[in-house]
Design a protein around this ligand. Structure first.
Ligand SMILES: [Zn+2]
Length: 190
């Protein structure tokens, strides 16, 4: 099997060539990565034509897969060390994935333990996320991450900021999400 990464427009696909593949096939994985399988002799031109034909479908499916992941188990009680560990495992990958999806670049990500705000973004594009976001569900975490990513475009909370953010949210439901998140207060540590 021959395997390589092919860049096409905003996409980065893994191409796998097999001597037995009869036709080209696209697979969009749950984490949003895309694989194309084809016969060993399929040319780059044929591959690109196939991707072009399916381009919109790929983008839509990547979006769907990235966003429709199962909601986390609920936290009745938490341990700050545990939250930090969970955040370190989840946030860098997730923020990177959302940034790539929306073609945005930040310079640095740090995970803190602020209990007064979920996240922040500085003018020099450094994003800071509180480990307490791990108390939210995945859709709400995405809201926090997208909110900070959106500050890379608008460094304020103007109408333009909210309009853009709403476009970035898969359900276009910023108001609803904000309402839900506001109800969640970070529990005091015992
Ligand atoms: Zn903000």
């Amino acid at each position: 099997m021959l395997k390589y990464v092919l860049k096409y427009k905003d996409l980065s696909l893994t191409v796998k060539k097999y001597p037995v593949s009869k036709r080209m096939r696209l697979i969009v994985h749950r984490n949003g990565s895309v694989t194309l399988t084809c016969h060993t002799r399929t040319s780059k031109k044929e591959i690109e034509k196939f991707i072009e034909i399916n381009y919109l479908w790929i983008l839509e499916t990547v979006k769907k897969n990235v966003y429709l992941q199962p909601v986390r188990e609920s936290f009745e009680s938490y341990d700050i060390k545990d939250l930090k560990k969970k955040a370190a495992l989840y946030i860098p990958e997730r923020l990177g994935m959302l940034a790539r999806l929306h073609n945005l670049e930040y310079t640095e990500l740090s995970i803190g333990s602020a209990s007064t705000k979920w996240g922040s973004c500085s003018r020099d594009k450094r994003i800071r996320i509180s480990c307490y976001v791990m108390l939210l569900n995945k859709e709400q975490i995405d809201y926090v991450l997208l909110h900070e990513l959106c500050h890379l475009i608008h460094f304020n909370h103007s109408a333009a900021f909210h309009e853009r953010l709403n476009q970035m949210l898969p359900g276009h439901n910023e108001k609803q999400l904000v309402k839900e998140i506001r109800k969640i207060s970070i529990p005091r540590r015992k």
